[in-house]
Design a protein. Structure first.
Ligand SMILES: [Ca+2]
Ligand SMILES: [Ca+2]
Length: 161
């Protein structure tokens, strides 16, 4: 009888031990996932930031004369402009990036990059405005991959002086 209760005790200890192991394992997996998410976020931010840097150094608009600024619904590259096609002219102004999208493979992971450029009003710099041209344009870069919980979004406003 005594031997029997010892066996039961040992079995009980084994069950508890394996429960502890399973929990530890779960904790380590969660921790790894958080690290990976963090790495995705960092890569996505770097990708977005480099596009923002690229756009910021360009002219405000295709035309230097405010009376001739591109209309709010016509922002984007000219027919003869492309960021990737070497037979065309490169982007030369900020809003050429409007509608630009690309998939970048980094360390075996595909990142989808989408860029939107719109006019904004001084009083509301984070809200697209289509009423007329203004002296401010907002660029929004969204970067995502299928494993990320939420996409990374970076914004910058370029103003005409
Ligand atoms: Ca252009
Ligand atoms: Ca343009």
């Amino acid at each position: 009888m005594q031997g029997m209760s010892q066996v039961i005790q040992v079995m009980g200890a084994m069950v508890i031990f394996s429960l502890i192991l399973m929990n530890m394992n779960r904790f380590m997996v969660l921790n790894d996932l958080a690290l990976i998410q963090n790495e995705y976020d960092q890569v996505a931010m770097a990708v977005g930031q480099s596009l923002i840097n690229e756009g910021r150094v360009l002219n405000f608009d295709e035309d230097d004369d405010p009376a001739q600024f591109t209309g709010p619904y016509s922002l984007g590259p000219g027919w003869d402009e492309s960021r990737t096609d070497p037979s065309k002219d490169p982007y030369d102004d900020f809003d050429d990036f409007n509608g630009y999208n690309v998939t970048k493979n980094i360390n075996g992971v595909d990142y989808q990059v989408d860029v939107e450029v719109c006019y904004v009003q001084q009083s509301d710099l984070d809200q697209c405005y289509y009423g007329s041209t203004t002296f401010h344009k907002l660029m929004t870069v969204t970067v995502n991959n299928t494993y990320m919980d939420t996409p990374i979004q970076l914004q910058t406003v370029k103003s005409y002086y």
